[in-house]
Ligand binder design. Structure first.
Ligand code: ADP
Ligand code: NI
Length: 215
């Protein structure tokens, strides 16, 4: 693959995600790109395919770009305009179509490159940055930070996961973020996830203690 495509993709996502305040700013994509390539190197995966899929993984996100999500129009257009061959395009689209978390039975990409991108995306949803992203997302979608009368739920499939409109940002930890460490594909990602998961648990414990007046 022409190395220039990756710098063009970095430029593209920089302008695509400019001004996003829902936890999907360009830095999210750049962190996923960096982490995915690091995992790909450890796993012996193709780093170019991993890098391109990581950079394009959110440009047709269901929540951000519902009108292009169905056919992954933005990713396809970017690749076509930059001369990416058909076979590579299909590999990248296959990855980004399966990367997102959509409930406990979320799909797993078939390729090792896709598994690295999925793990990188999930690592960015946990730990200190994951906490910040959850509250940024909640705020931008008008969700409450916490409401003790709203209990966390189980979402197994995409319909249930996206159908849930009333949950709170704190419930999101039980509904998704605490589950991610056991849903990772690679050993290297699992190792990184351990510390981040512990940190999130400490945060939520402290949050609830303060809420109850016990801290
Ligand atoms: P990703 O970019 O990792 O695929 P999503 O698009 O699902 O993640 O969501 C972006 C960020 O917002 C993530 O950090 C995610 O955990 C958070 N988020 C998603 N849904 C909710 C929610 N219902 N409440 C709070 N945070 C959420
Ligand atoms: Ni993402």
């Amino acid at each position: 693959m022409d190395r220039q495509i990756l710098s063009k993709a970095i430029e593209y996502v920089g302008s695509f995600f400019k001004n996003d305040a829902s936890g999907h700013d360009a830095y999210h994509t750049l962190r996923v790109y960096r982490t995915a390539v690091m995992l790909a190197e450890k796993e012996g995966a193709d780093t170019d395919i991993t890098a391109l899929a990581a950079l394009l993984h959110d440009v047709d996100d269901k929540k951000l770009s519902p009108e292009t999500h169905l056919n992954f129009d933005n990713a396809r257009r970017f690749m076509t305009e930059n001369g990416v061959d058909g076979e590579t395009q299909n590999k990248v689209i296959d990855i980004i179509s399966k990367v997102s978390y959509v409930g406990e039975n979320s799909p797993v990409p078939d390729s090792i490159e896709g598994k690295c991108v999925q793990d990188a995306d999930r690592l960015d949803a946990i730990g200190a940055i994951g906490i910040a992203r959850a509250f940024a997302y909640g705020g931008s979608h008008g969700r409450s930070m916490y409401d003790p009368s709203v209990k966390p739920e189980h979402f197994t499939d995409e319909k249930q996961y996206y159908g849930n409109k009333n949950s709170t940002s704190l419930n999101h930890f039980y509904e998704k973020l605490f589950l991610l460490k056991d849903l990772l594909n690679t050993e290297s990602a699992r190792t990184i996830a351990e510390k981040r998961d512990e940190f999130m648990h400490a945060f939520v414990d402290e949050f609830l203690d303060e809420w109850k007046g016990e801290a």
